[in-house]
Write a protein that binds this ligand. Structure first.
Ligand code: B12
Ligand code: SF4
Length: 344
């Protein structure tokens, strides 16, 4: 051990440490041990990637900022129950997203504890929120789970820009642990894409955020799907501030919208759609009903979401607005600012 000031040598904690046998962590973490640790902690699949993976150059500064000395990523995958995600009752789907997120965060927490006990420095950024709101509206996420999952061989990006696992399809959430050690084996990227290019995600998205060629209008998605998150919430508060009295506020925001915002604040935020994930038939475990009877799959999975009468939030003069009005005239188009405004 390194030398320390003499006055500390007699401190009871220092003496206790000196009297313990020194435990030096293994310089390289054994991949089999780590895989078992992760699966036992409750995840459904796991892969390992070195920090310097050639496809992940843009993540390095963020990983090193969050855990100085980080050397490897541990990519965690947790399955979601499919029919919960598909239900037109979106409270059912939202509970599934949040519950699976908790399972993943809990597993990641336990894995990090075991790594710490084995002498390794490691952190488990959240699978979703909380994020770094001090950087909002810039990149608020600590680590980008999707490219790491792809590099770890956990799946490939579908047309809808979500990772599709070869077995579980897109009914997965992702987590990443950063660890300041090397791991003895790494995952290999899939040599095919499980995406079938069926374009059901394109047909399902109420705001037309997904193009057939894989283009993604994140502004359209976030304005609607994230109505009760950062920007939409800011707009809701501004609407309260700008209303001259309760009556005017109620004219501007319906009781149902206020109740939904209350639910987001009290429990966990309501996603408004995620229909792209709901309808995706890709993945070996997911595929059979689609292969057996495509018509029946469309009628039971796609059509109920398309037919649902619901508010859809769009920016003025946007392609998303034109899309809803043309493709889903039975849905209620609501024009919003989404809390976006030019920087001051
Ligand atoms: C930012 C973000 C979003 C944003 C942007 C989505 C996006 N494609 O990047 C919005 C708010 C739109 C979003 C929506 C959803 N998300 Co999201 N999201 C994230 C987050 C925090 C980072 C994503 C990321 O790495 N983006 C950068 C690169 C890798 O993404 P990309 O697709 O290659 O590139 C796009 C973005 O860069 C975007 N873009 C360009 N400029 C900007 C600027 C800003 C400010 C933003 C936000 C985006 C953006 O346009 C690019 C073109 O597609 C991750 C959690 C995490 N910490 O990783 C979850 C995550 C990707 N989301 C997830 C999910 C499930 C969803 C939703 C289904 C939410 C829901 N429950 O309703 C929808 C699906 C929308 C879709 N089809 O992609 C899962 C995906 C799981 C999977 N199987 O892949 C993740 C991994 C969360 C998790 N822990 O599992 N999400
Ligand atoms: S719904 Fe079809 S096109 Fe979209 S990601 Fe899934 S398999 Fe690919």
């Amino acid at each position: 051990m390194a030398k320390i000031p003499a006055r500390l040598e007699n401190h009871p904690s220092v003496r206790a440490v000196r009297e313990r046998p020194a435990d030096t962590p293994a310089p390289v973490i054994d991949a089999d041990w780590l895989r078992k640790l992760c699966l036992d902690a409750g995840v459904d699949d796991v892969g390992f990637v070195p920090l310097n993976h050639p496809d992940l150059g843009s993540e390095v500064e963020h990983a090193e900022h969050a855990l100085p000395g980080a050397r490897s990523y541990i990519c965690l995958v947790a399955r979601m129950n499919r029919d919960n995600v598909r239900s037109p009752a979106r409270s059912v789907a939202n509970q599934e997203f949040h519950r699976t997120g908790e399972v993943l965060n809990e597993a990641a927490y336990r894995i990090v504890r075991a790594l710490e006990d084995a002498g390794h420095r490691a952190i488990n950024p959240s699978i979703a929120f909380p994020m770094e709101m001090g950087r909002y509206p810039g990149r608020i996420w600590v680590v980008a789970h999707k490219p790491i999952a792809v590099a770890a061989g956990m799946g490939a990006m579908g047309i809808h820009r979500n990772v599709i696992h070869p077995k579980y399809g897109n009914f997965i959430l992702l987590g990443t642990i950063l660890v300041a050690a090397e791991i003895s084996e790494h995952g290999q990227q899939l040599d095919y894409n499980p995406c079938l290019e069926c374009k059901l995600c394109v047909a399902a998205c109420p705001v037309g955020a997904i193009s057939k060629d894989g283009g993604f209008d994140w502004m359209a998605c976030s304005t609607h799907n994230y109505r009760e998150f950062m920007g939409g919430f800011t707009e809701w508060v501004e609407t309260i501030a700008d209303s001259k009295d309760g009556e005017e506020f109620r004219d501007r925001v319906s009781d149902s919208e206020n109740a939904s915002m209350w639910q987001s604040l009290t429990f966990k935020p309501n996603y408004k759609a995620a229909y792209c994930l709901a309808v995706c038939p890709a993945g070996e475990d997911v595929l059979p009903p689609y292969l057996d009877d495509r018509r029946a799959f469309m009628d039971t999975v796609l059509k109920p979401l398309q037919d649902k009468v619901e508010p859809i939030y769009v920016l003025a003069d946007s392609e998303a607005k034109a899309h809803v009005e043309k493709r889903f005239p039975h849905k209620l188009t609501i024009e919003v600012t989404g809390g976006h405004r030019p920087p001051r």
